[in-house]
Design a protein around this ligand. Structure first.
Ligand code: PEP
Ligand code: MG
Length: 322
């Protein structure tokens, strides 16, 4: 099996009926890129920039960030790199920001909410990203977007920083795709409206499941509710993918679900374009997809969407694996 995976390293990811999908990796630091390439990653689908901000006693400077982003873009040699802007708060704290304790940190002041308020932090990161954009194929993604207003405001800040750099004579790439994470149910529900304004979606199922099921992703006692196979989750995923395609955009997924062998047949059937997962899951996923027919998986996904429970969906997928 390992031998087979190694052979797939430099291959495209194609179903038996010729449908191409992209298998990308989730990374946390520039050091992770080596593993992405060793495992045949076709891109970085989620660069979690939080690590740049953690484990130090003050905010990282624009240059520290620029160097990290540049390194990742260069090492990926023109393959797409989706960088997520700062997603701090919730389970990820930054002691030096001295934020007040909250009753419900997962529902509180975090990610894009914090960045739109603390624009000094946001603008520094955006400038570093824009400067680094000339070194590869950069895509920028905002986390925890709940309303169109938030997206528009964040995009306006990005365009302002871009204009400032241009006036300073600094080179910036002209084709940076701009997308959002879909990890809050309101955004999945209004995906058709978002799709008119964003270049892409990346579905963050780790949070989307927790917010849809009202079940804390860290709490063992409610983990029976935290189910990617629940038809409610599958229907939200379908809405997002369909909205993207109806508007000529692409849809990816960067939550754990994207690398899950039971979910992959369903996601292929729902039309997901990009799957971003831990690097070590890429070759097994490529092997799995190369043995599946997208047309058959479309039928499987349609059946799953009409089921009532996660258990029924799992049994359905297992029935094709034989
Ligand atoms: C997600 O919510 O699915 C996601 C990828 O983001 P994180 O796990 O960093 O919250
Ligand atoms: Mg998330």
């Amino acid at each position: 099996q390992r031998e087979e995976w190694r052979k797939l390293r430099d291959e495209a990811t194609v179903s038996t009926d010729g449908v191409h999908v992209e298998l990308a990796a989730n990374i946390g630091t520039p050091n992770d890129v080596a593993g992405v390439l060793e495992n045949g990653g076709e891109g970085v689908g989620l660069y979690r920039t939080e690590f740049l901000y953690m484990g130090r006693d003050k905010l990282p400077s624009e240059d520290v960030q620029y160097n990290a982003y540049k390194t990742v873009l260069e090492k990926m040699e023109g393959k797409p790199v989706v960088v997520r802007t700062l997603d701090i708060g919730g389970d990820k704290e930054l002691p030096y920001l001295d934020l007040p304790k909250e009753m419900n940190p997962f529902l509180g002041f975090r990610a894009i909410r914090l960045c739109l308020d603390r624009q000094d932090i946001f603008r520094t990161q955006l400038r570093a990203l824009l400067r680094a954009s000339v070194h590869g194929n950069l895509r920028i993604m905002f986390p925890m977007i709940a309303t169109l207003g938030e997206f528009r405001e964040a995009k306006a800040v990005l365009l302002e920083e871009k204009a400032k750099l241009a006036s300073e004579g600094v080179q910036v790439s002209e084709d940076i795709q701009l997308g959002i994470m879909v990890e809050i149910p309101s955004t999945a529900v209004l995906a058709d409206q978002f799709a008119k304004e964003v270049d892409f979606f990346s579905i963050g199922t780790n949070d989307l499941i927790q917010y849809t099921m009202a079940a804390d992703r860290m709490n063992e006692r409610v983990s029976y509710l935290y189910q990617p196979y629940n038809p409610a989750i599958l229907r939200l995923v379908k809405m997002v993918i369909d909205a993207a395609h109806a508007n000529g955009r692409w849809a990816g997924m960067c939550g754990e679900m994207a690398g899950d062998a039971t979910a992959i047949p369903l996601l292929l059937g729902l039309g997901l374009d990009e799957f971003s997962m831990s690097a070590t899951s890429i070759l097994p996923a490529r092997s799995q997809i190369s043995k599946l027919s997208r047309a058959d998986m479309e039928k499987l996904a349609a059946q799953a969407l009409d089921m009532q429970t996660a258990e029924e969906v799992v049994a359905l997928v297992q029935s094709i694996e034989g």
